[in-house]
Design a protein around this ligand. Structure first.
Ligand SMILES: [Zn+2]
Length: 254
């Protein structure tokens, strides 16, 4: 038995598919509910992900706000399930793809990357050919009401947590802003975390996770997580001036 990081169901086969690179095609009937692919590899944060070679980054999946699973150096059959805006498969959890309907031999296995991707690492013009094609994938696709309804909220667990947070996200009151500023000098991370938890609707989330799920630029995210004091000062000024409105908007439905 050959051990592999990525497992493709024996009911399908990986093969070259022209412009989209490799893909996976059913070779036998695949009943609805079958796990077609299980992803594995190296887990890394965004900085580690960006340092990976492109040949590995293209075989990856985001599994949390700041965590990615990147396929091994050598391509494996389970690496190759491509995107479609009208897919026949979707996420069962963070690392498994399941058939959403019965799939007949010859059909290409696909899932909507918007159900698993929540960061801007893999946005691309789409030409999947589906009548529902969005024409462009976005790290904000999980926020689209039409997709949430059509997919019946079958998204990666970390995106479900973000969707769930939207109903609690709200701007800061005057008193909360005063309290935030009062504690900032003594305990800056604690002050920021409390405020960010309120505006993101995620009362138990860590500072770094809220930052990585936010609207901020990637360089600002890295600076904040590295403890850069200028970036912290700019963040608290923004939270005070706009009462956290941009963070509320970043989790609200589109
Ligand atoms: Zn498309």
């Amino acid at each position: 038995m050959t051990l592999q990081f990525n497992r493709l169901t024996p009911l399908a086969r990986a093969e070259p598919m022209g412009a989209v690179g490799w893909g996976s095609r059913a070779v036998q009937p695949i009943p609805r509910g079958t796990v077609v692919a299980t992803f594995g590899g190296d887990a890394c944060d965004r900085r580690g992900f960006d340092a990976m070679p492109a040949t590995r980054r293209e075989r990856s999946i985001q599994v949390d706000d700041n965590l990615y699973i990147v396929g091994p150096p050598e391509r494996e059959p389970g690496d190759a399930v491509n995107h479609s805006c009208d897919p026949n498969c979707g996420p069962r959890n963070a690392t498994q793809i399941v058939a959403w309907r019965d799939i007949t031999p010859g059909e290409v296995l696909t899932f909507d990357y918007g159900t698993t991707d929540g960061s801007d690492y893999d946005q691309f013009p789409c030409s999947c050919g589906a009548s529902l094609c969005r024409g462009q994938t976005s790290s904000d696709d999980w926020r689209r009401i039409d997709l949430q309804q059509r997919y019946d909220l079958r998204f990666s667990p970390y995106l479900l947590r973000r969707i769930d947070a939207a109903s609690r996200a709200r701007t800061l009151s005057k008193a909360e802003r005063v309290a935030m500023l009062a504690t900032y000098d003594m305990a800056p991370i604690a002050a920021l975390t409390t405020a960010l938890q309120l505006v993101s609707g995620r009362p138990h989330a860590r500072f770094a996770d809220i930052i990585h799920a936010s609207h901020l630029s990637l360089s600002t995210k890295h600076a904040l997580c590295d403890g850069d004091t200028n970036s912290r000062d700019e963040l608290i000024a923004e939270l005070n001036e706009f009462a956290g409105e941009p963070f509320v908007a970043a989790v609200s439905p589109l």
